[in-house]
Design a protein around this ligand. Structure first.
Ligand code: COA
Length: 165
């Protein structure tokens, strides 16, 4: 596990494209162009530099197979500056060997070092594997947005999890 840098651009583009092809339970459903991915990565690295975000990627045999981050959810609002939003994904053939757990635990430590006090995340209500992981590392379910997701002609509830750190 390590922090991302700009050399990861093509690996991150391949990574998100593979998740989109899989139709993983993430909100992104279209592949970004290389320019869009470069713009996103540039913004993320700038936020890390400013102390508004932390991120970890994971590699197996030199291949980037996981990406995760915690970003201050509203850095412009001082009264919410202690709240972070977490995102995580592991490629299919690297799942179930503990990478997700290790990344979540490390991100929580890094979020503490950012002086965050609360970390939140939103997830499809159908993503029970992810829910198990979140609960295992201490998150609790705190809310539900009924029909928060519309996919393939059906509505899916969106669940919010949170942890105090
Ligand atoms: C959710 C996700 C990050 C988990 O990553 P991971 O590296 O597989 O996580 P781990 O290996 O640490 O843990 C997976 C857990 O799920 C459990 N699990 C796996 N398949 C399962 C199944 N079919 N039913 C129940 N539990 C299952 C494993 O047993 C393991 O639990 P344990 O540690 O208690 O044994 C990964 O599945 C993923 O990226 N999915 C696609 C993207 C996504 O859903 N991201 C989250 C969006 S909110």
């Amino acid at each position: 596990m390590r922090a991302p840098d700009f050399h990861d651009l093509d690996a991150l583009l391949a990574f998100i494209s593979e998740l989109v092809d899989e139709r993983a339970e993430i909100v992104r459903t279209t592949k970004p162009s290389r320019d869009e991915e470069a713009e996103w990565l540039g913004r993320q690295l700038a936020a890390i530099e400013k102390g508004n975000s932390v991120a970890l990627v994971a590699e197996v045999d030199g291949r980037l197979v996981a990406n995760s981050d915690v970003e201050q959810s509203a850095p412009q609002f001082p009264e919410m500056s202690h709240v972070g939003m977490l995102g995580i994904a592991v490629l299919k053939n690297a799942r179930n060997v503990g990478l997700g757990t290790a990344l979540m635990k490390s991100l929580i430590q890094l979020a503490k070092q950012m002086n965050l006090r609360v970390v939140i995340l939103d997830t499809f209500a159908t993503n029970t594997i992810a829910h198990g992981l979140y609960k295992k590392v201490g998150f609790v379910e705190v809310g539900k947005i009924p029909k928060g997701i519309y996919r393939d002609g059906s509505f899916i509830d969106m669940l919010r999890f949170a942890i105090e750190i």
